[in-house]
Design a protein around this ligand. Structure first.
Ligand SMILES: [Zn+2]
Length: 166
């Protein structure tokens, strides 16, 4: 189950490829990557602590993905790093508040975090606990109720739930 949850990776995360002064950085891949993630964290108003940089590398290093705190924590452990589940959870929420991630509460009390913060919707494969992107233009939501006075609709999350066909 965990392996399935961790295996959802697709697309390219463009936000993390933008590093303005990349030409001045050392050209070893590892140093460049760490420096790039530090830069992105600072740009988001977050101090680039070692733990945040480690988590950012795992989250944003290989294209867009949907990940739970538990899944990311197991990846951290597998990478030989010692970061508690509570810290992983707190950091995911800090990244979300900073606009780097989008939180998707789709599975009971469990929240998934999406590295793709653009406007899009999701299939949720209930039997596998797996999220798949649906492009925003594929779904049109009509007849939304008027929000109460003083409030406006920020966005609408559509989750289409799937089960296996026998
Ligand atoms: Zn998504």
């Amino acid at each position: 189950m965990l392996a399935l949850l961790c295996s959802v990776r697709f697309g390219i995360s463009s936000a993390w490829r933008l590093v303005e002064n990349w030409e001045t950085m050392p050209n070893t891949a590892e140093t460049w990557t760490s420096a790039a993630f530090c830069e992105q964290l600072r740009a988001a108003g977050l101090r680039p602590t070692r733990q945040r940089v480690t988590l950012a590398q795992l989250l944003f290093g290989e294209g867009d993905r949907h990940v739970s705190a538990e899944c990311l924590h197991s990846e951290v452990t597998a990478a030989g790093e010692q970061i508690s589940l509570a810290t992983v959870y707190n950091t995911l929420h800090q990244f979300t508040r900073a606009g780097l991630l989008r939180a998707l509460p789709v599975d009971g009390g469990k929240t998934y975090f999406d590295t793709n913060t653009s406007d899009h919707n999701h299939f949720f494969v209930e039997t596998e606990g797996k999220l798949l992107d649906i492009p925003s233009e594929s779904i049109r939501v009509e007849g939304l109720p008027e929000p109460p006075a003083g409030l406006k609709i920020s966005h609408v999350d559509v989750v289409v739930r799937l089960v296996k066909t026998e």
